[in-house]
Design a protein around this ligand. Structure first.
Ligand code: FAD
Length: 289
């Protein structure tokens, strides 16, 4: 297989290369996903624009309001082990700790994970719950911000155009009172990609027993990651008991459209997804965010 490898050192160089090579150019970050596609000849690259050494895309920074900015080429392991991330968003520490193996976490980047948009991924559900914003730059230098809720558009599809580079992911602190948790369920091995990956943020009323607000992000189950709006609405004002949560889930997941793949059938996913959502909510209630 012959292709051109174009290592770039700056965002400006990456954008210039995207402009120069048009549809023939492909951003290459950690290469975890792309190299597998290339080896299996599913993807035959023309030009690989290698951003792995672009320092300005690899950073984790706190914002004065308690939020975070993460560069798109930051590897999973850097996020997993960052004391700042642990202090501000323990949900992200847990989610990135769960991704694959240390070897893959040292190579794969947050941007590659989000742009690849593989349904069997963990970070998207958490970033939906945190209402992250994805910053992208076009080859012409213009910039746009895409809310997490609009970033994933289809099966292995995201909102970026072929001339766009994801540059950073920003999250604001959750409003006071939210507690967070994630759960992942694998059907083949612990390190496998998730069959189901759920993140939740739940805030209780001062009585500690009634749901004030819940945010539930779903990954692994359907073709596109999404927040479960009907479940979130259903939980509002309800008691946070097992029975009440199960009752809401029984009525609010009618639009679930699970995948059938090597990890599970649609029927299996339909049956177990509510159990894992309830467990994630219970886990969140047992610890502070
Ligand atoms: C064995 C194995 C187990 C795994 N287990 C898990 C798991 O448990 N949970 C999980 O969530 N994931 C898992 N993954 C997936 C892995 O996390 C992702 O494949 C990886 O993060 C992709 O990142 P990358 O930097 O290697 O992307 P690359 O392979 O370099 O790129 C992937 C795609 O993203 C595009 N891209 C990359 N960066 C940018 C950017 N900045 N702007 C625009 N486009 C960009 C590329 O053009 C390409 O289309 C696993 C993968 C393997 C191989």
């Amino acid at each position: 297989m012959s292709f051109q490898h174009v290592p770039v050192a700056t965002v400006a160089d990456a954008l210039a290369a995207l402009k120069r090579h048009g549809e023939g150019g492909k951003v290459y970050a950690g290469g975890v996903a792309l190299s597998i596609l290339m080896k299996s000849r599913i993807f035959r690259p023309g030009v690989l624009i290698d951003i792995a050494r672009v320092k300005e895309l690899s950073f984790i920074e706190g914002t004065p309001d308690g939020g975070l900015r993460i560069g798109a080429a930051t590897v999973h392991r850097a996020i997993e082990t960052s004391p700042l991330v642990r202090e501000r968003f323990p949900l992200l520490t847990e989610v990135f700790h769960n991704v694959a193996t240390v070897r893959i976490r040292n190579q794969g980047t947050i941007g590659g994970n989000l742009c690849f948009a593989e349904p069997a991924s963990d970070p998207p559900a958490a970033l939906l719950v945190l209402e992250a914003r994805m910053k992208a730059r076009r080859a012409d230098g213009t910039e746009r911000v895409i809310p997490a809720g609009e970033f994933w558009t289809g099966y292995y599809e995201c909102a970026l155009g072929p001339d766009e580079l994801l540059t950073e992911i920003a999250v604001d602190p959750l409003p006071p009172g939210f507690r967070t948790a994630c759960t992942r369920f694998t059907t083949r091995s612990k390190e496998d990609k998730p069959c189901i990956s759920i993140s939740a943020a739940v805030a209780a009323e001062p009585d500690g027993r009634t749901c004030r607000q819940a945010r539930i992000g779903l990954g692994g189950v359907e073709a596109i990651f999404r927040r479960l709006g009907a479940v979130e609405e259903g939980l509002r004002g309800k008691a946070l008991t097992r029975e009440a949560i199960d009752s809401v889930l029984a009525g609010a997941l009618g639009d679930l459209d699970p995948l059938t793949d090597i990890r599970a059938s649609d029927a299996y996913r339909r049956q177990v997804t509510p159990v894992f959502i309830r467990r994630t909510i219970e886990k969140a209630l047992g610890r502070s965010s």
